[in-house]
Design a protein around this ligand. Structure first.
Ligand code: TYM
Length: 349
């Protein structure tokens, strides 16, 4: 039984309000958040403290936070069941992050590939927050003593660091306090690639909007982006490209990354397995396949985009969800920070 009285294992995951949500975020993370909500006690966070590790326009941040919240709700997460809130409303995240800053080692952070990617060539000019980003992420998860973390493939290294921090804290203080978390990285949709370059992941920070499908794109925009998505001259492959484990072989992914990505998106959108998709599309031209993909994408995404829009027109409701969620989150997180301070030996007069 957890301290909130539930017997279910607890999940934590977060999404940054650094811009709108795209198809990769949805298929790799947010749709799974909704799928998991009955089997776990779920805590889903819009991580605004993480967002400001790179510059965010203060006049836009609140609306960006509401937009991610609306996406959570439109994807079917029930705020009466799951806890939905934004990180800055729960001080415990920043408090535990400080303690973890004193547990994590500089050498560990120096190995983080996401920092290297985001800081680019001019590392000296990156914010200290960007460098410490994965430490705050560890605090997010562990301040709820969560055990399972659904994310896309790109978060794997950060979750390994979370395990290292939990292990070192327990070891340094001779306690068995923080659990060893388990990443939940599910299926081919854990790594959705750019529509313009099958070797790059679909990302909010790609300068080309044609590289991604945004959850707020209308049917015309979706159709246009799929029509102009990069392909190759060959026809669609069949089941021969599947390895023994049922996934597309590495050799094929390397040879035809765009074909692989579009087939994976089609399968994921329809919750269909790759074998049945490949049996169906084998030998088709890209123009026929793109028409099928557009129909499926519009079918799945247009209702979510419309529901997001409806929710965004009712910001008082969205803000209320975040306020309630934050109160429930604090009820779990605040006592955990108190226990941590006690373990560390802080005077609580
Ligand atoms: P963020 O906001 O970049 O992405 C949110 C989620 O979307 C997944 N994702 C993808 N999945 C498949 N294909 C893609 N192309 C793709 N792009 C993004 C991400 O893996 C993520 O699950 N550091 C996190 C936010 C965070 C967090 C946490 C996550 C902060 N604290 C604690 C889990 C637990 C991030 O940058 O997500």
């Amino acid at each position: 039984m957890t301290e909130s009285g539930s017997t279910k294992a607890r999940i934590f995951s977060g999404v940054q309000p650094t811009g709108g949500l795209h198809l990769g975020n949805y298929l790799g993370a947010v749709r799974n958040f909704a799928d998991l909500q009955d089997d776990y006690e779920c805590v889903y966070c819009v991580v605004d403290l993480h967002a400001i590790t790179t510059w965010q326009d203060p006049t836009r941040l609140a609306d960006q936070t509401r937009e991610i919240t609306a996406a959570f709700l439109a994807a079917g997460i029930d705020p009466k069941n799951a806890i939905i809130f934004n990180q800055s409303q729960v001080r415990a995240h920043a408090e535990l992050a400080w303690v973890f800053n004193c547990v994590a080692r500089v050498g560990w952070l120096n190995r983080m590939t996401q920092f290297k990617d985001k800081a680019g060539k001019n590392r000296e000019a990156a914010s200290v927050g960007l460098y410490g980003y994965p430490v705050l992420q560890a605090a997010d998860i562990l301040v709820y003593l969560a055990t399972h973390v659904p994310v896309g493939e790109d978060q794997k290294q950060h979750l390994e660091l979370t395990r290292d921090i939990a292990g070192k804290f327990n070891n340094d203080f001779g306690v068995d306090f923080f659990p060893m978390i388990e990443p939940l990285i599910l299926g081919a949709e854990a790594r959705i690639m750019s529509l313009r370059d099958g070797a790059k992941k679909m990302s909010k920070s790609d300068p080309s909007d044609m590289s991604r499908i945004n959850m707020t794109d209308d049917a015309d925009a979706i159709a246009n982006k799929i029509r102009r998505a990069k392909t190759d001259p060959a026809a669609l492959p069949g089941v021969e490209v599947l390895g023994e484990d049922g996934t597309i072989t590495e050799a094929f992914v390397e040879e035809r990354p765009e074909a692989t990505n579009l087939v994976a998106i089609y399968a994921a959108l329809g919750r269909e397995d790759l074998r049945s998709v490949l049996a169906d599309v084998a030998g088709k031209s890209f123009s026929d396949f793109k028409a099928m993909l557009t129909e499926r994408a519009v079918d799945q995404l247009a209702p979510i985009g419309a529901e997001m829009q409806r929710l965004l027109d009712d910001s008082a409701y969205v803000d209320g969800v975040l306020r309630d969620g934050a109160a429930r989150a604090r009820a779990i997180a605040d006592p955990v920070v108190e226990q941590v301070y006690d373990i560390v030996g802080m005077l609580r007069a």
